[in-house]
Design a protein around this ligand. Structure first.
Ligand SMILES: Cc1cc2nc3c(=O)[nH]c(=O)nc-3n(C[C@H](O)[C@H](O)[C@H](O)COP(=O)(O)OP(=O)(O)OC[C@H]3O[C@@H](n4cnc5c(N)ncnc54)[C@H](O)[C@@H]3O)c2cc1C
Length: 386
């Protein structure tokens, strides 16, 4: 497309991470004419930095609905994913270090069981048999059977290409400089017009909505050389929930993932107020020490690469999915914090469904952006379907 050209679509999606790519595909499949604009590379951003753990969470009913629905969509999608998506149904073991955490595992088990999600409580002995590299003497755990692992950037690229093959326009290497009032302006002067604009620019989403309640939450990950069989499930300490919930302090938690390549992916850290992409040595070393506390032999593995990324965090730990108060053309699909890989597919299903008037699989209200501002809510115009 030449500079200063003008094109019309039904929907323009800004941001080609996993959320934007999934939204572009779902909208295209729903029969809408879609343009997807990405300033760098498809599947870059937080999507390339993320761990790729597809996990059902139970902090709230709303979080459960979104993660569970999305997990089911991942299960349905998985047979058609390319091999480089590395989708594997590994299951998560929530590791309980002591009796208090074992009680939390039992609570989680009851919650999942009541909602038809398969999980199994593990005794100390069963845990040791499933994961021999864990330190001896842990209290037990909970195996969440349906959880999976994926390589997110490959999936984002796949979803975007699928959308393209169904007729969507991909504009890669273009930055959206203005997104409002039915108009997406790109650097270079191109203007894309659409009755719906979807801001899926992740942690950068406030570029066109300055009051957005989204903060960058930095994370570190490390990946090792190949050690096939070192770990079999995604392992997460139950104490992770405490650290992930803290809205103020920096934290690390034991969170280890087996990759299809035999590599071991080691996480994770959470930091606010540090928007430098550089590796924070103190945070990295705390994270690796935490991992070695649970899996002592991890200290002897060769780490090949360490990196950081930024989660888009909201105050209530739920994403922003829906119209922006005050501009009925502008929609958000951001704020997924540490669950955007898991929830990308259900987010996209919700966006496409709301835009075309189909019945949502779960209630969309908890994710509406206007929950953060009654004043905004008053300004919101009624939504028309496309
Ligand atoms: C360390 C770490 C571990 C994680 N682990 C997991 C996990 O195990 N499971 C899980 O579910 N989630 C995990 N996450 C969270 C997950 O990675 C994110 O929630 C998810 O990738 C968000 O996807 P996105 O498409 O919204 O954002 P991004 O992937 O950041 O994509 C946004 C895109 O928008 C583009 N963009 C920005 N501004 C513009 C503009 N003006 N114009 C055009 N394009 C623009 C960017 O270049 C980028 O490609 C993790 C995150 C981190 C940091």
């Amino acid at each position: 497309m030449s500079d200063s050209a003008q094109e019309s679509y039904d929907v323009v999606v800004a941001g080609g991470g996993i959320v934007g790519a999934a939204c572009a595909l779902a909208c295209t499949q729903a029969g809408l004419r879609v343009a997807l604009v990405e300033r760098e590379i498809l599947g870059g951003g937080a999507t390339a930095a993320g761990m790729g753990h597809i996990v059902v969470m139970d902090d709230s009913e709303a979080q459960f609905s979104l993660t569970r629905r999305s997990q089911q969509l991942w299960q349905a999608l998985s047979p058609s994913l390319p091999p480089n998506a590395e989708y594997e149904n590994r299951g998560t073991i929530w590791v309980a270090a002591d009796d208090n955490e074992l009680a939390e595992a039992a609570r989680k088990h009851a919650f999942l069981d009541a909602r038809g999600v398969p999980s199994r409580l593990l005794s100390s002995r069963e845990l040791a048999a499933l994961e021999p590299n864990l330190r001896p003497g842990l209290a037990g755990g909970l195996l969440a059977i349906d959880d999976a692992v994926v390589y997110p950037p490959a999936v984002a690229l796949h979803l975007a290409r699928q959308a393209q093959s169904l007729g969507a326009t991909l504009l890669v290497g273009h930055s959206v400089t203005h997104l409002a009032d039915g108009e997406a302006r790109l650097d270079g002067g191109t203007v894309l017009r659409a009755p719906r604009l979807v801001n899926a620019t992740g942690a950068d989403a406030s570029f066109c909505s300055p009051d957005l309640p989204v903060k960058k939450r930095k994370g570190h990950l490390a990946i090792t050389d190949r050690y096939p069989g070192f770990v079999h499930h995604q392992l997460v300490e139950l104490g992770y929930l405490k650290s992930a919930h803290s809205l103020t302090t920096d934290s690390v938690a034991f969170n280890v993932q087996p990759r299809k390549t035999g590599q071991v992916l080691i996480g994770s850290s959470r930091q606010y107020g540090n928007e430098e992409a550089t590796v924070d040595q103190a945070m990295l070393s705390a994270m690796l020490q935490r991992a070695a506390l649970y899996m002592p032999a991890i200290a002897s593995l060769n780490v090949l690469r360490v990196w950081t990324g930024f989660r888009a965090a909201t105050p209530d730990k739920l994403p922003l999915i829906g119209p922006v108060p005050g501009d009925p053309t502008l929609w958000l699909a951001t704020g997924h914090e540490g669950l955007g890989i898991t929830t990308a597919l259900a987010t996209a299903e919700l966006i496409a469904g709301l835009l075309t008037g189909s019945e949502p699989a779960f209630a969309p209200e908890p994710y509406r952006p206007d929950r953060f501002s009654p004043a905004f809510a008053q300004k919101t115009a009624p939504q028309e379907q496309l």
